[in-house]
Design a protein around this ligand. Structure first.
Ligand code: PMP
Length: 437
């Protein structure tokens, strides 16, 4: 088998020409612009189950799932019906509704890590607010984050590491004041010494350590369980809060996310994506003592015109009700793990420098021969050229992955064995082409 002809993008290209006149890069979120893969962005017209269709009528089996929220697949009838029903009564009131209680109860009754919560409209807002809460609670200013962990685009968190073991953040974006970035300490993942040094150097100044429960925004950089326990202990010993950003992992690796996976009790947890079933919802939560610092009970201000929006709550309720059924995660994770294991077997049998890193229904294709990737430095940027070829070959075979080799893929409950078989065959062909002499 050789390369297949490129899919038709006549309509998508037309729409892109127009969108470029309206939006920077033609998009409303940068990764959508297909800058690190071949071709112009595909404009998506509809989705159903594990399938999406673009404006030219091309059909794909989708492993992006709107970047994580769609654990039940596209256009899930239960979510659609609940949302449609709730919409009949109006879209927004800016006043409390019973639906917020309903979603909160689903979460709090089934989660050991939060006693009180607050809904926001995005993951960025949830994490930004969690950071403010940690600062307000501890009366400290500095936060510590990890190189390669993404926590949304708020000022304090858009910082990366410079050189040196413990370093003040260097902004990752123009427009973030240096003075803000100076409150953010950035260290590599999987490095105990760097954390110990940071706590020694900034004694009694670190409000919180924030980590993605399972880092999944710069490849899938799975940490040793023992390292996460080390973080828990050093935070407790130093009076700092541990924040688990579970915007991806929450309700994905299990109903209680990475915290339950590791058996760790973070002080503050943030959720997003799945919690809104495809509509804009984020959430942060903690034990009641910490949440008591949030306005109007406490002095940490945080608000939102559309926070707890009834239509968005309805989508969350319908989604979490399905996820809360027994064996949901067992079934999904087993299916996903069989899928990725067979891809790994294929690549290993042919001696391809290719590893699938995976947990639950999350997977990441890495063009490497390393058995473990545990820090951002372990990723070879030049390997992304191979992802580019793979991405193109997969699109041409009806398989849609997010348009960047640093992004993870997701299996949903809507992917059946039939589609996973089809996807596997396409992936095998694409790998053969990537590695052909
Ligand atoms: N935290 C993590 C771990 C995320 O993956 C993301 C989004 N990919 C965010 C925060 C920001 O969420 P949002 O895009 O909804 O603002």
């Amino acid at each position: 088998t050789g390369s297949k002809p490129d899919i038709s993008r006549v309509k998508s290209a037309e729409l892109y020409e127009k969108s470029k006149t309206y939006f920077p890069g033609g998009v409303n979120s940068p990764v959508r612009a297909f800058k690190s893969v071949y071709g112009t962005p595909l404009f998506i017209e509809k989705g159903d189950g594990c399938y999406i269709w673009d404006a030219d009528g091309n059909q794909f089996i989708d492993f992006c799932g709107s970047w994580g929220p769609l654990i039940l697949g596209h256009n899930n009838p239960k979510i659609r019906e609940k949302v449609t029903e709730v919409m009949q009564n109006g879209m927004s009131f800016g006043a409390p509704t019973a639906l917020e209680n309903e979603l909160a109860e689903l979460i709090i009754k089934n989660n050991r890590f939060v006693e009180k919560i607050r809904f926001t409209s995005s993951g960025t807002e949830a994490v930004m607010s969690a950071i403010r809460l940690a600062r307000g609670f501890t009366s400290r200013d500095k936060i510590l984050k990890f190189e390669g962990c993404y926590h949304g685009h708020s000022d304090s968190l858009l910082v990366k590491a410079g050189s040196g073991l413990v370093t003040f953040g260097e902004t990752s974006s123009a427009g973030v004041p240096k003075s803000f970035a100076e409150e953010t300490i950035v260290v590599p993942l999987n490095d105990k010494t760097a954390i110990e040094q940071a706590f020694a150097q900034f004694k009694d100044q670190i409000a919180a350590v924030i980590i993605e429960g399972i880092p999944a925004n710069n490849g899938l950089i799975i940490q040793d369980e023992e390292y996460i326990h080390f973080l828990r202990k050093i935070c407790t010993d130093n009076g700092s809060l541990l924040i688990f950003d579970e915007v991806i992992t929450g309700f994905r690796v299990g109903f209680e996310g990475a915290a339950a996976h590791y058996g760790i009790t973070p002080d503050i947890v943030t959720y997003g994506k799945i919690i809104g079933g495809g509509l804009p919802v984020g959430m942060y939560g903690a034990r009641a003592e910490i949440m008591a610092h949030i306005s109007p009970d406490g002095g940490v201000y945080q608000a939102g015109t559309l926070s707890g929006n009834p239509v968005a709550m309805a989508a969350g309720i319908a989604t979490l009700t399905e996820l809360n059924k027994s064996s949901f995660y067992k079934d999904l994770n087993t299916k996903a793990q069989e899928f990725v294991a067979s891809i790994q077997r294929f690549a290993t049998a042919r001696n391809y420098k290719f590893k699938v890193f995976t947990i639950g229904s999350i997977f990441w294709f890495a063009f490497t021969d390393k058995d473990k990737i545990q820090s951002a430095d372990d990723i070879d940027a030049s390997s992304m050229e191979k992802f580019k070829i793979m991405h193109r070959e997969l699109l041409n075979r009806g398989i849609y992955l997010g348009p960047s080799g640093y992004e993870v893929g997701f299996v949903s409950s809507a992917h059946t064995k039939i589609e996973l078989e089809k996807a596997k065959r396409a992936i095998f062909e694409a790998l053969d082409l990537v590695f052909k002499k």
